[in-house]
Design a protein. Structure first.
Length: 179
């Protein structure tokens, strides 16, 4: 599962790099219909990964307020600026703690296909949000971020692609097989 762990690390590094140079006020930004407050979006990425990788089966959240703050299905877009969001360091701590627990889970000797599937779902979801971080920066006129992991990401994607595709195919096949 080293490839999958690398993908989790890579997605999280990209998220952090895309917001590292922004001030606290830039992480909130103006209320616009086309973007989310970046601070909310960072917390949402952690929440989504926690919900689908760590909380399946009724486990509780690391944070009692996580669902009330970061569930995008329950929180209307225009309300996200008014929420009592965690401060930057608390949000980053939540992001790190979720990632660390996911990686710990991925290091178990026998990992069910379902865990692989939901981990990939969370990685792809986070990658989608890094696109949102990028277009939010552009929309708000923020300077381009300094990205250090682009070359490393390309190497990871090349080495992991076939293994992850096999895991996805196995998951899909097992979910549609009769019996």
């Amino acid at each position: 599962m080293t490839d999958l762990i690398d993908c989790v690390h890579d997605a999280r590094e990209r998220t952090c790099e895309l917001v590292a140079d922004l001030s606290d006020s830039q992480l909130i930004g103006p209320r616009l219909a086309t973007v989310n407050p970046l601070l909310w979006e960072i917390g949402h990425v952690a929440w989504f990964q926690e919900k689908w990788v760590l909380r399946r089966g009724g486990r509780s959240s690391l944070r009692a307020d996580a669902d009330a703050l970061y569930d995008s299905a329950a929180i209307p877009h225009d309300v996200r600026w008014d929420l009592p969001l965690l401060r930057r360091q608390e949000t980053l701590r939540y992001l790190k703690e979720v990632r660390d627990r996911v990686i710990e889970k991925l290091q178990r000797p026998e990992l069910p296909q379902e865990d692989i599937y939901f981990t990939l779902l969370a990685v792809f979801h986070e990658d989608m949000h890094t696109e949102a971080f990028t277009y939010t920066r552009q929309t708000l006129g923020y300077p381009a971020p300094k990205l250090q992991i682009a070359d490393r990401r390309l190497q990871i994607e090349k080495s992991a692609s076939s293994n992850l595709q096999s895991a996805i195919c196995n998951q899909v096949q097992s979910s549609v097989s009769p019996g």
